[in-house]
Design a protein around this ligand. Structure first.
Ligand code: AMP
Length: 396
């Protein structure tokens, strides 16, 4: 793997694609800076070598032009705090000002470029735009795992302008090594915990995992599609009516492959999608009309926790319920606790990004699991066996 450990950056300008797509509140305060701290080891190594750093990222979903709320200038003060030094800012990621500022950088200095997605060419993977960006650095480093599944200008296309000077940053290298460890080097028993809203988002991964895991736990909204397919009454729980056959075929496949498939036996049900709703406990196949399952119930928690605690490798993607609401967080929290206990007993636990990472962070377990991925979609695609454009571009 071509990583930044293979060169010294002394006297070089490193153009680093980072994923600083952090959540900001309405006062532009960063509410979770994980993605920034995750990129610090790479930045610090390059600065320590005596290189200069040019950081480029996207933020939010601008419509192809500048928008105040998506300006990366809002994160400059926090980045300066994290690095303990002044940060230069260019208010366009390409053009004369960015070029002049990148050339003027001395060793150990840092320049942050304005949001890449203020140019629609970024997401289009435009080659000319990528070439303009490439002028800003001598070496290209990709440390943005969260966008590695996109063939955007800054994540993939740009690499062709650095045929002999392109490297993975530490975050990318770590993400790939940990995903690989779970996918191809898992100690047994290997348990995958799948949750979240929809089964349709995760079918490919579930199918792939059936060849790898000993136990497959399914919770969250997606479990009700299975309950309905098996003839249960699920009230007005979340369901994908066109995926009932698929759910049954996954159950069948699990059996054929000898995978222990665990579906929730019970749920916390509510008469409303709200933290103020009336709640009750019900069997998953017998949810009252007009009520919906919003979390796994106590029986499910006990059964899932037991399997998790006996595992040596754990992959978790997707919450067990609507953990954002206090009334429906217990299932996700209990499973997180089981993952922590398994980790304490020597298991390797990989938490998929997105909502699973948010849940683990909410319960303050981030430091108690083996690895929390910064990539939601990217990790899913990698695990499904797809080649990520951002990875391929460096490897080619
Ligand atoms: P995903 O992005 O597919 O991992 O889905 C995560 C979302 O699923 C979270 O926002 C949860 O609130 C939601 N979710 C989990 N369980 C349920 C459920 N039983 N009913 C509705 N939404 C759910």
């Amino acid at each position: 793997m071509k990583t930044i450990d293979q060169i010294s950056f002394a006297g070089k300008r490193a153009l680093i694609r980072v994923d600083f797509n952090v959540p900001l509140d309405k006062n532009y305060t960063i509410t979770d800076d994980n993605r920034m701290t995750a990129a610090l080891p790479t930045i610090k190594k390059i600065l320590k070598d005596g290189g200069a750093v040019i950081l480029m990222s996207h933020l939010g979903r601008p419509k192809g032009g500048p928008e105040e709320k998506y300006s990366l200038k809002h994160i400059v003060p926090h980045l300066a705090d994290l690095l303990g030094q002044q940060i230069e800012f260019a208010d366009d990621c390409i053009g004369e000002d960015a070029l002049a500022k990148s050339k003027a950088l001395g060793k150990g200095e840092v320049l942050l470029l304005e949001n890449l997605r203020f140019h629609k060419e970024e997401e289009q993977g435009d080659k000319d735009f990528a070439e303009k960006l490439s002028k800003l650095g001598d070496v290209y480093v990709n440390d943005a795992f969260g966008t590695a599944h996109r063939a955007h200008a800054s994540t993939a296309i740009i690499a062709q302008f650095f045929p002999n000077a392109k490297y993975f940053g530490y975050l990318m290298a770590g993400e790939l090594a940990n995903a690989e460890k779970v996918l191809n080097g898992a100690a047994k028993p290997f348990t995958a915990i799948m949750g979240g809203a929809k089964v349709s988002d995760k079918i490919e991964l579930i199918e792939k995992l059936l060849d790898k895991v000993d136990n497959l736990i399914i919770g969250g909204g997606m479990a009700y599609t299975f309950a309905k397919a098996q003839g249960g009454n699920i009230g007005k729980s979340l369901v994908e009516a066109d995926k009932l056959d698929l759910a049954l075929s996954l159950v069948r496949k699990a059996k054929e492959k000898g995978v222990n498939l665990l579906l929730p036996a019970d749920s916390i049900i509510a008469d409303n999608f709200s933290n103020d709703a009336n709640t009750d406990v019900a069997k998953n196949d017998n949810i009252k009309d007009g009520w919906m399952g919003l979390d796994i119930g106590p029986e499910s928690i006990a059964a899932f926790s037991k399997v998790v605690e006996e595992s040596k490798t754990i992959l978790w993607n997707g919450p067990m319920g609507v953990f954002e609401m206090e009334k429906f967080e217990s299932g996700t929290k209990a499973i997180a606790e089981a993952v922590v206990r398994a980790t304490e007993n020597g298991a390797f636990s990989l938490i998929g990004g997105g909502d699973s990472a948010a849940a683990v962070a909410k319960f303050n377990f981030t430091d108690d699991v083996s690895y929390v991925s910064t990539g939601g979609g990217a990790l899913l695609e990698y695990m499904e066996g797809k080649e990520l454009p951002g990875v391929k571009a460096i490897n080619d």
